[in-house]
Design a binder for this molecule. Sequence first.
Ligand SMILES: Cc1cc2nc3c(=O)[nH]c(=O)nc-3n(C[C@H](O)[C@H](O)[C@H](O)COP(=O)(O)OP(=O)(O)OC[C@H]3O[C@@H](n4cnc5c(N)ncnc54)[C@H](O)[C@@H]3O)c2cc1C
Length: 415
Amino acid sequence: MSDAVMDLGMSPRVTELRDKVREMVQGEVLPLEDEYLAEVNKGDRWTYTPRMNEILESLKAEARKRGLWNFWLTDSERGYGLSTVEYAYLAEEMGKAHLGAETFNCSAPDTGNMEVFERYANDELKQKWLKPLLEGEIRSAYLMTEPDVASSDATNISMSCVRDGDDYVLNGEKWWSSGAGDPRCKVYIVMVKTGGDDDPRHSQHSMIVVPAGSEGVEILRPMQVYSMDDAPHGHMHIRFTNVRVPASNLLLGEGRGFEISQGRLGPGRIHHCMRAIGQAEHALALMCKRSTQREAFGKPLAQLGANFDIIANARMEIEQARLLCLKAAWMMDQGDARAAAPWISQIKVVAPAVALKVTDEAVQMFGAQGVSQDTPLARQWMHLRTLRLADGPDAVHRRQVARQELKQYTQQKMG
Ligand SMILES: Cc1cc2nc3c(=O)[nH]c(=O)nc-3n(C[C@H](O)[C@H](O)[C@H](O)COP(=O)(O)OP(=O)(O)OC[C@H]3O[C@@H](n4cnc5c(N)ncnc54)[C@H](O)[C@@H]3O)c2cc1C
């Protein structure tokens, strides 16, 4: 590990930014969310009603006016030049609202995709896709997972991508393509197989840019998460039949997909964790308010049964998760992706689990209302449960952590 001093605290500039983001999330975003979510059910769930557009665009315009935009571009001259540790404090605040990240143009999967465009795309692709993404004018999706292979092992990815003259031709299916249901989603970054089975396992794959709506791209259905379609964002099942894109859309070069995914998935994963900690804080706040304001058996709920312990455990677990998240962020800031990977894996297991547990306890404290549409808790629970699968299931990250730990004791490759 680097022997640099590990400073996980908030710098003065981040304290100021954090306060501004908090003020905007609490004062502007949260008050509009119920109305926004109710609008989704009016008419076609896969389009934006005029009011949804108005809410989103006015929030984005206000964020830009206040100078709160594209914080996620860490270590880049285009953004604020924040470190990952600094960004963590802002992402936590954004996590407290459903529309929080999008308000500041910091939402998944766009941030990971923009990072890929920024680092690996040629000028033409940057102009065409990165520019409108940075402006918040379009959205994007990242297509790796496939129905027919165990995609937690990305070396299994099988979508074929064959060079034909000046083009590549893609065939196969993807599913769980988050955000691809959104009518504003205009571009996909797709993990494909360009090499043969005899090539080294981590050199068989590539990433390629495919405009949404290309001929041969067919959206088959939205996948449901516990019976919910998450419209209009959506997690789509998509078929590619002879989809043709220019050869210059291939990023970095054939066989270099894993190089890119190392860069893409690290920041994306940790951003999810930072927001999950914000969700846990939000759930704990709701739980505390509820348990002090509602009475049963002659006492506030907080004083009944094990509720004191539940609240105390929630606070302690959130604090532990936050510190681990900041340490993983700090490891990323040291610039050695390989050294940071096991730390990202640790927090990718811990943050969703802690946030899910706290949210579940908050649901319980709210009684039946907790599972209803009248609090954000049910939707948040569902999202956090899926986060134990998305961006790598828990078991895959535990494998990373254990392998790293065991390295000190044996030359043999374990796991
Ligand atoms: C809401 C949601 C959004 C998503 N968004 C996207 C997206 O935008 N783009 C995208 O490409 N994908 C997305 N995914 C897919 C997600 O990344 C995959 O589901 C995940 O990588 C696992 O792949 P799989 O479903 O094929 O599971 P499999 O690979 O079949 O694994 C199933 C299970 O096997 C077990 N397992 C696997 N490996 C190990 C191991 N080493 N040790 C022990 N047990 C193991 C685990 O329990 C694992 O959960 C999303 C998923 C969800 C639920």
